[in-house]
Ligand binder design. Structure first.
Ligand SMILES: [Zn+2]
Ligand SMILES: [Zn+2]
Length: 358
């Protein structure tokens, strides 16, 4: 019988349970999980900080595994038929309807009200729908992608890679730009790699702790500053010093701290762009001066919610064709029965990327 690691309710410890194997509907599959991940979202889900989460829940929204059983037909985006034994990953967002106002008029599929996310808004009652498990039920309509790379290389990027791909796309980083990344967690580190790929000539990072700043430099950042030893004024002075007194062309905020959004605005040059991707959960209010920080600066501030199939697809292609940045990233693996330890290590920033190996 499949094993799952369950968060029974907010702030409860994760428990390993045995569950029944689902009956496969037409055009669905059973995936044998090789590796899933623990990210900041899972910490927030465990702490009950995310709205719309159905507990009990099996976390793990981005995973890699092999198709163990297929019922009916499962096709990739190029129309090729998957077969049993294939290694795949899949878009964690399911049921984007492509029929509602947001999907069709606004063309903003990540705001489709019908969408469900494996491991976040699907719970234990929705069959095997999280990656902290020996198996995942690939429901009909799930977008699977063949993975022609080592599972660890893809999972080094994990959910942070498609998220960062979306963020740098929203930031429209151009050849020659100086990009500033606030935050040195997985999204920040991936954003550094991708800003360079988009042609940024300088990438700065402000974050903590030191081990994560070392990872930022390893990922290609030209300079990094520790927030633990530099206050707001020192951070601003450092950014101006690195940018001929103007500020960054594009700033990606990936911190989870509301005040960092205001700092991002102040650290960006006049007529520059700020992308806010680090406020996935509600950490409260912050304030800014609309005249000085926004209007007079002629600043473009953009939110960035979730990721789309194109970002997942691009992530699989990047780790296949340009794997270097991700093979270098440090990973730590935990068994299903070590999920509590993994959550604590991610929550405290002791590890950059934690994987679950069921
Ligand atoms: Zn995640
Ligand atoms: Zn829709």
């Amino acid at each position: 019988m499949p094993l799952v690691a369950v968060i029974p309710e907010p702030n409860a410890r994760v428990e390993v349970r045995e569950v029944d194997e689902p009956d496969l509907e037409a055009n669905s599959a059973l995936l044998e999980v090789e590796v899933s991940e623990v990210c900041g979202t899972d910490v927030h889900v465990q702490q009950g900080r995310l709205a719309g989460v159905p507990y009990p829940l099996v976390p793990g929204h981005v995973s890699v595994g092999r198709l163990q059983k297929i019922r009916g037909e499962l096709l990739d985006v190029e129309g090729r038929r998957f077969k049993e034994g294939d290694r795949i990953t899949f878009l964690d967002v399911h049921r984007t309807c492509n029929a509602c106002w947001y999907c069709l008029v606004a063309k903003a599929g990540t705001r489709c009200p019908q969408r469900k996310v494996y491991g976040i808004t699907y719970g234990l009652d929705d069959e095997l729908s999280g990656g902290w498990a020996t198996h995942i039920y690939i429901k009909p309509g799930t977008r699977c992608i063949a993975l022609d790379a080592e599972p660890e290389t893809f999972m080094a990027g994990g959910c942070a890679l498609p998220t960062s791909l979306h963020a740098v796309e929203r930031g429209d980083i151009k050849i020659g730009d100086t990009a500033l990344v606030l935050g040195s967690g997985p999204v920040g580190i991936n954003a550094i790699v991708l800003a360079l790929m988009r042609g940024a000539l300088g990438v700065l990072c402000i974050g903590a702790p030191q081990a994560r700043l070392d990872a930022a430099i390893e990922a290609g950042a030209h300079a990094a500053l520790n927030i633990e030893t530099h206050d707001d004024a020192q951070r601003l002075a450092w950014v101006l010093e690195q940018t001929a007194g103007r500020g960054a062309d594009v700033t990606i905020e990936a911190t989870g701290a509301p005040e960092a959004v205001v700092q991002a605005m102040r650290f960006t040059r006049d007529a520059g762009t700020v992308v806010v991707v680090g406020q996935y959960t509600d950490h409260g209010l912050t304030s800014f001066n609309p005249h000085i920080d926004l209007n007079k600066k002629h600043l473009d501030v953009r939110g960035c919610w979730g990721s789309e199939f194109s970002h997942f697809y691009c992530a699989t292609q990047l780790v296949k064709h340009r794997p270097e940045a991700w093979t270098r990233m440090k990973l730590i693996s935990y068994g299903l029965d070590q999920a509590n330890e993994a959550l604590a290590d991610v929550s405290d920033g002791r590890v950059l990327k934690a994987l679950i190996r069921p």
